[in-house]
Write a protein that binds this ligand. Structure first.
Ligand code: URA
Length: 245
């Protein structure tokens, strides 16, 4: 990989603008290979140099991992004849060949969409055996019997077509006019969350993915915005919650 200016490498991660990068460099908050750097034009190799920005390690290596806050109306695919895809809406600075969404969100689902060019990583996090959970906030047209729903999700919902789902967690989010629930699932079947609530007699009217593994969607990302994950964030995706072994 050829070398590029340090401020350009950091800004193209999407973590901050080029002028914010320059300010951090002036403040002595950027390190390359363990030395504080004061020159924004320093030429670095993002695949081999260790770059730490305000305590966050930029990921280095061959592949990239992007967090997109997916808006409604965009499809989770690499290309589509009719609709814009999650790859189409990435900023040019993050676009490159072979990017694809790791897992599918419905066209009307919003929130955390992980986009990468690392096929092995995507395969690993999507395999049910690896137990990478996905957490959603679902708003319903009408309320369910929470305790009944919680137990049904825990036991493993049997969908209308006979598919038996893995155990899932259900938490009620109080103080909302619209019945709202947090759901944690451990696999990604077609329309899974919507079908789980349908099995309890309710329709999901809004669905947002807020977390993959232990990594929360960055609330600073507005709908349609994307940025690279840091090394620490990437490892949170495969990290287990503290109460699990
Ligand atoms: N479950 C659904 O029903 N839809 C999604 O987009 C994701 C999970």
């Amino acid at each position: 990989m050829s070398k590029e200016r340090l401020d350009k490498i950091i800004a193209s991660s999407g973590l901050m603008t080029r002028s914010e990068v320059k300010t951090l460099i002036k403040k002595g908050l950027v390190k390359v290979n363990n030395s504080t750097v004061k020159d924004a034009s320093l030429k670095c190799d993002c695949e081999t140099d260790d770059i730490i920005v305000d305590g966050k390690t930029l990921r280095k290596g061959k592949y990239i991992y992007i967090m997109l806050n997916k808006p409604k109306g965009v499809v989770s695919a690499t290309n589509d004849n009719k609709d814009l895809t999650v790859v189409d809406i990435l900023p040019d600075s993050l676009k490159r060949k072979n990017l694809f969404p790791a897992g599918r969100l419905d066209k009307d689902t919003t929130g955390f969409c992980l986009i990468t060019d690392d096929g092995d990583f995507a395969h690993d996090i999507l395999a049910p055996a690896h137990h990478v959970s996905k957490t959603y906030i679902a708003e319903l047209d009408r309320d369910i019997d929470f305790e009944k729903g919680r137990q049904a999700f825990k036991k493993g919902v049997v969908l209308a077509d006979g598919t038996v789902l893995l155990s899932a967690d259900l938490v009620k989010i109080e103080n909302n006019d619209i019945p709202t629930y947090k759901v944690v699932i451990n696999e990604g079947k077609y329309h899974q969350v919507k079908r789980m609530f349908a099995s309890l007699g309710s329709t999901v009217i809004e669905l947002k993915r807020i977390k993959i593994g232990e990594l929360l969607l960055d609330e600073k990302l507005k709908a349609g915005e994307a940025r690279l994950l840091t090394q620490e964030e990437l490892s949170k995706i495969t990290q287990r919650p503290h109460n699990m072994v």
